[in-house]
Design a protein around this ligand. Structure first.
Ligand SMILES: Nc1nc2c(ncn2[C@@H]2O[C@H](COP(=O)(O)OP(=O)(O)OP(=O)(O)O)[C@@H](O)[C@H]2O)c(=O)[nH]1
Ligand SMILES: [Mg+2]
Length: 310
């Protein structure tokens, strides 16, 4: 199939992407699409922005704004929305919560929902693979996940920059403080700033919590209040995200972050299919010793599958 190269997909436009994603989701012939994904991995074009936070905090409303901003700057945008509540039927999500309004004729916007791995909103292999593909094709890829507590950490498996959305007056900020050693977001956006005092209080709470957190890098997470309703704070958010991206670009941090993510995908994919026993075999025998992560997943899956059936 000629389209299974990045150039083939670019030529076919959105229809080509949709076909590639269908193949990724079908999980068959995994070697066929492993080479496409490894090609995409080698040619990242854009940045990946992860947006996470509890249900109803305003992630999709913010995503709508970010899409418009990026298009205003002439950038192309892809959105991967991960939905824990929906089951997939005939390629469409039931009860799709993305609520995104985009121009279907704009070739430079691509939006796709994926069912979550589990009810906590974890990222499925397909959503991870789709993000890698989108990153090679679009200037900005936004990954929106719904999460509470631990499942929010999953977004760090694909995002260059993680924005945690916090709802004013919800006690999210308290939960945030209690979580202690949770993986820190790069930027915290207290949403619905148009509500006034509760948003400012939540901002102060989160800042307080962060000041107690153990420093794991020399990036200090920024805490902002934003309103996707009236647009306040959105420029500051864009500046904070750009600041984090600039920090990442230094001293090989972006490459290091992405290498760690790739190792996590391989471990996760094998654990998902073969359990921790499969993971142990992978580590001990070096099954699927291919150096590129998607080929490694495909080859190790084939080898482990054959082993289990023999
Ligand atoms: N006042 C106010 N309401 C907002 C703002 N942003 C979003 N909302 C409202 O909050 C509700 C949820 O917004 P969504 O953007 O769908 O939230 P979400 O986080 O994507 O929700 P899920 O995808 O269901 O997790 C909607 O009723 C929005 O109109 C804001 O800036 N101010
Ligand atoms: Mg949403």
């Amino acid at each position: 199939m000629a389209e299974l190269t990045l150039d083939g997909i670019r030529t076919a436009g959105k229809a080509g992407i949709a076909r590639a994603l269908a193949l990724i989701e079908a999980r068959d012939g995994s070697l066929r699409h492993a080479d496409l994904l490894d090609e995409a991995l080698r040619s990242p074009q854009g940045r990946v922005l992860g947006l996470t936070g509890p249900p109803g905090v305003g992630k999709s409303t913010l995503t709508n704004r970010l899409i418009a901003d990026a298009r205003g700057r002439g950038q192309s945008v892809a959105v991967i929305a991960v939905d824990p509540s929906s089951r997939r039927t005939m390629g469409a999500l039931l009860g799709d919560r993305t609520r995104l309004r985009t121009d279907p004729d704009d070739e430079h916007i691509f939006v796709r929902s994926f069912a979550a791995r589990d009810r906590l909103g974890g990222l499925s292999d397909s959503a991870i693979a789709a993000t890698v593909l989108m990153r090679a094709l679009y200037d900005v890829t936004i990954v929106e996940t719904v999460g509470i507590g631990q499942s929010e950490a999953d977004i760090a498996m694909v995002a260059d920059t993680v924005v945690l959305c916090v709802q004013p007056g919800s006690g999210d900020s308290l939960q945030f403080m209690k979580a202690g050693v949770m993986e820190l977001p790069d930027v915290v956006a207290v949403t619905k700033a148009d509500l006034g005092a509760p948003a400012r209080r939540a901002q102060a709470d989160v800042e307080g919590a962060l000041s107690l957190a153990v420093e794991i890098s020399n990036w200090r997470p920024k805490v902002l209040t934003i309103s996707a309703a009236n647009g306040s704070g959105l420029d500051a958010l864009t500046t904070a995200v750009a600041g984090h991206e600039a920090w990442l670009s230094g001293e090989g941090r972006l490459q290091a972050r992405r290498r760690e993510q790739e190792a996590a995908w391989v471990a996760d994919a094998i654990r998902d299919r073969f359990g921790s026993a499969g993971l142990a075999v992978l580590r001990k025998t070096g099954e699927g010793a291919a150096t590129t992560p998607f080929r490694r997943i495909a080859e190790a899956s084939a080898a482990l599958g054959a082993r289990l059936n023999s």
